[in-house]
Design a protein around this ligand. Structure first.
Ligand SMILES: Cc1ncc(C[n+]2csc(CCOP(=O)(O)OP(=O)(O)O)c2C)c(N)n1
Ligand SMILES: [Mg+2]
Length: 332
């Protein structure tokens, strides 16, 4: 499945900028957490940037997406403001969720970003429901559900694909196969090699793409979104990729063979794209450096701003969060 998407050099530099913004955002978040400034877990997206940027490149206003526990990259690729994301990680009032969502439940409804999700496979039916709403409302929108290889063993994945195929929902199921579910390699948690094969069980189109090649991801996203918008139903896209770091910050990832890590490090999506930009596409080294400088400055300013923001008032601790009536009564 291929669609030709022609980009100008400026558009290509913008793709690189977005991938770099995600990479540097995560590296900085890791350092801030090591300093004790960020409570809770962080699951870095480093290594998988081309998937988020490539898929989101084909989205429009009114489209929706759901994410996972590894959600910062999807949110940045959808255009979220790193300032407010750092504020959320710092649990501050001006964060995307008033400091109460944190990394695992950050969301931005204005951009159709229906949330990171601490439940593996939890975002898949949410995106499916959003797609149903778009179909019924004839909005022309599409939904995207990002999830990992591990999530494709969950019932939510199978239930969602079943009904989405039957009802021809406008949705892209994007599996980022990074070869591991937590500390378990794919061949120890499922009997298939290609997750895309699972589409056949639901008479759905399944595609495999190099998830470290941003323009290859754009090509499959273009085709799948066009099919979805035309009423031709969902696509399961399997993006083969790799997380450079451990499952979460603090996991040393010693369970991975060194040759495997070396192989994928040589296939870093940013390095690959930078080489194409300066070689094949004739980008100027100064233009790349200017992007690097601008991203560093933006993120330094963002983290500084976030650190100055107020914490939510303790009296609001039960607002904007789900508390059932019994517990709510007890807390009040
Ligand atoms: C329903 C559920 N089961 C188990 C967990 C614990 N858990 C958190 S992340 C994870 C692995 C997910 O692997 P994958 O879907 O491949 O995503 P990746 O971490 O590789 O991005 C597991 C099992 C959970 N959060 N939710
Ligand atoms: Mg995985």
């Amino acid at each position: 499945m291929t669609a030709t998407v022609t980009k100008t050099l400026d558009e290509r530099l913008e793709l690189f900028r977005q991938m770099l913004l995600i990479r540097r955002f995560e590296e900085k978040a890791s350092r801030l957490r090591a300093k004790g400034l960020i409570p809770g877990f962080l699951h870095p997206y480093i290594g998988q940037e081309a998937v988020a940027v490539g898929i989101c490149d084909q989205l429009r206003d009114g489209d929706a997406l759901t994410s996972t526990h590894r959600g910062h990259g999807h949110m940045i690729a959808r255009g979220a403001d790193p300032k407010r994301m750092y504020a959320e990680l710092y649990a501050r009032e001006t964060g995307y969720n008033r400091g109460k969502g944190g990394s695992l439940h950050m969301m931005d409804a204005d951009r159709g970003f229906l949330g990171a999700n601490g439940i593996v496979g939890g975002g898949i039916p949410l995106a499916t429901g959003a797609a149903l709403q778009m179909l019924r409302g004839r909005t022309g929108g599409v939904a995207v559900s990002f999830f990992g290889d591990g999530a494709t063993n969950e019932g939510t994945f199978h239930e969602s694909l079943n009904i989405a195929s039957l009802w021809k929902l406008p949705i892209l199921y994007v599996c980022e196969n990074n070869l591991y579910g937590e500390f378990t390699r794919q061949d120890k948690h499922q009997s298939i090699k290609d997750v895309a094969d699972r589409a056949a069980a639901y008479a759905m189109k399944g595609v495999i793409v190099d998830g470290n090649d941003v323009e290859a991801v754009i090509a499959v996203a273009a085709e799948a979104t066009a099919r979805a918008r035309a009423g031709e139903g969902p696509t399961l896209i399997e993006a083969k990729t790799y997380r450079h770091r451990g499952h979460f910050e603090g996991d040393m990832a010693r369970y991975r063979p060194q040759e495997e890590v070396d192989f994928w490090m040589k296939r870093d999506p940013l390095d690959l794209y930078e080489a194409r930009l300066t070689g094949e596409f004739g980008a100027d080294a100064d233009a790349i450096q200017a992007i690097r400088d601008a991203v560093e400055q933006q993120l330094d300013a963002a983290a500084e701003w976030a650190g100055e923001q107020p914490h939510p008032d303790p009296s609001e601790s039960t607002e904007d969060v789900y508390v059932d009536s019994y517990e709510g009564a007890a807390l009040r």
